[in-house]
Design a protein around this ligand. Sequence first.
Ligand code: NAD
Ligand code: ZN
Length: 250
Amino acid sequence: MYHNEFIADKLASVNRIVFFTGAGISAESGVPTFRGKEGIWQKFRPEELANFNTFLTNPNLVWEWYQYRRRIIRSVLPNAGHLAITELQKLKLATTVITQNVDNLHKRAGNNNVIELHGNIENNYCIECKKRYDNIEFINNNTVPLCECGGKIRPDVVWFGENLPPGVFQSAEKAVLECDVFFSIGTSSIVYPAASLPILASRNNKFLIEINPNETELSYLFNVVIREKSGEVLPKIVSMTKEKSGSNEK
Ligand code: NAD
Ligand code: ZN
């Protein structure tokens, strides 16, 4: 398709690329959304479970929900979209991934320079002393684990009403300001401050590409819009970019 060719030409000629991603890039891996029909969890709203006050009053309920979601996420694999980013990074070392996902699939696919705006479901920290527990510990804990200081240990994800981790958004803004091409993939662009990143890219005259089967709130900002699934179109764009970069070197 002509737009893939056009984008491949563009990518071959630049160095700094940003991939800004949302739940849609994991859709083809089979990661269920919050609002699936998942047995007992249907009785609770994600806004209630992904919430610090609920964690304080009913820590085991929140912990159990995260253990359930972790088991699902570990049972799926990164898809061709995630893997295409790894391939492109071999060619374009200054490629940054800024993700709203907490599912760890970018890292499992081998992506580098991943900025996780909303944390990572595999990581944990103590709510009292902030000690981190990052190595898939507590894999079999059905109840909330306690830190050596006695504090409760929570998943390292940003809950409703919470701020992003300090410095993380600033790193994302820096990557956007420094980039040549900005991709937005699989995000409805309604969750702020994340959704302000495409706006920042547009205001700074970056070349913007949206990959999403559906129109989004911010589609009007983009130079090129691709209404396809990321796992189908990204591998094509990356292999074309490789061919073009190879021929440029000769
Ligand atoms: P969203 O659910 O609001 O939007 C998903 C977007 O992906 C939609 O616009 C949809 O059209 C698009 N899409 C669906 N299939 C696609 C495909 N194959 N290829 C490309 N695009 C596709 O997701 P969001 O914008 O990320 O916002 C939801 C919030 O919920 C975020 O804050 C995120 O942290 C959280 N969340 C994360 C996960 C995860 O980690 N996988 C899952 C659910 C929700
Ligand atoms: Zn502690």
